[in-house]
Ligand binder design. Sequence first.
Ligand SMILES: Nc1ncnc2c1ncn2[C@@H]1O[C@H](COP(=O)(O)OP(=O)(O)OP(=O)(O)O)[C@@H](O)[C@H]1O
Ligand SMILES: [Mg+2]
Length: 455
Amino acid sequence: MAGEHILIVDDEPAIRSTLRGVLEDEGYRVSSVGGGADALRFFADELPDLTFLDIWMDRMDGLETLAEIKRARPEAIVVMISGHGTIETAVKATRLGAYDFVEKPLSLEKILVTVSRALEHARLERENAALRASLEQRTEIIGESAAIRALRDQIATAAPTNGRVLIHGENGSGKELVARAIHVQSARHERPFVEVNCAAIPEELIESELFGHEKGAFTGALARRRGKFEMADGGTLFLDEIGDMSLKTQAKVLRSLEEQAFERVGGKDTLRVDVRVIAASNRDLAGLIREGRFREDLFYRLNVIPIEVPALRTRKDDIPAHVSHFIAQFCAENGKRIKTLSSEALGYFLAYDWPGNVRELRNMLERLVIMAPGDVIAADDLPAPLRPKEAAAAGEARERSLKDARDSFERAYILAELRINDWNVTRTAERLGIERSHLYRKLKAYNINPPKRDT
Ligand SMILES: Nc1ncnc2c1ncn2[C@@H]1O[C@H](COP(=O)(O)OP(=O)(O)OP(=O)(O)O)[C@@H](O)[C@H]1O
Ligand SMILES: [Mg+2]
């Protein structure tokens, strides 16, 4: 706790030195000034963790000073020192954003309690702000391709409703990210987002996981336990990998959705909750229904708002944006200077099909940020399967002919150069060392069109 910086603003030298003595004895760092103008000069350079501010001072009034401080530094924590504690000034100061009061004559004890309370308050505020920021960052959806814009629109439309959402998409394409984004943009965002991965929980445990159990409901149920439906009350329940749920569990989930009610395993009481369900699957649920492995009625219950998350290979224009985002993130996390990807390396990124989607891209960049020796990640740094050469060396079956491989690489390479040169064809042709007309023919052959910059 000690070591925090406290500013004292008071025109009475005796008060300044008393307060300073008390606070320094407790290990705080103390600065003091004798008036409002000096206080404002102080705040121009520094933000103390806590400020004591006298209400009555010559020249500049304490309330006026408080207003100015709060205007410059809304996050400043200010405790007023009041001589004649009238209700009126107290109310005014509170409106202006004062955190607390101490009255003259100053009580040592009261001062120290006030200080530690105010500093604790400031610490919690900072923690909250950091949590909010990291939560928002975790739901940031990157990309400007038409597919991603449409996805963002769908999320914005679905979020404010209570409609059940069924998200479909390949592995690592961003299904959970979409579910979180819907929750964060909904009226439920201050209530819990609770996730259940149906594929990761053994069949015998899934019911208790979802609905909870009473003490003694089965061997090992030593105490009553709340289930995920209960924990998500008022918020969102994310049922991930829904296609992996057994028919028996599906029946129970169906009932709880229909009635918004359920019983704990081994319990008699019927519990009612207010839960919005978002489900996700990477499997073909229609196929599972045909095979009799997924209940059609449950499917229709869950599939009120269907959302399809596009595979990364269908929106390759977004790859450069993902690359710079992840590079910045991993360089920061690993305390490294920002690296860049050479344009040849980016060409390989664009040529590759990313069967593991954004997760695969993310893992690849984390690995490269850590492993690549220089500031520039070069084509030589890329492992298989990004570099077709190495993939072939590794004996991977490649159905593509040499020409297909070359074409797809050339297309990706040209695309990367175009982006780097802001779609300026003349400049790109120069960089590639070919005639402009030649580049135009290539663009046509590879069906490369500049992005539309409207909407
Ligand atoms: N459009 C996007 N913008 C930014 N990050 C993304 C995007 N899509 C996915 N990601 C990131 O990729 C990783 C995988 O995403 P997520 O876990 O949501 O995928 P998933 O479809 O649920 O995967 P799985 O099928 O394996 O469960 C996460 O780190 C996520 O933040
Ligand atoms: Mg997932």
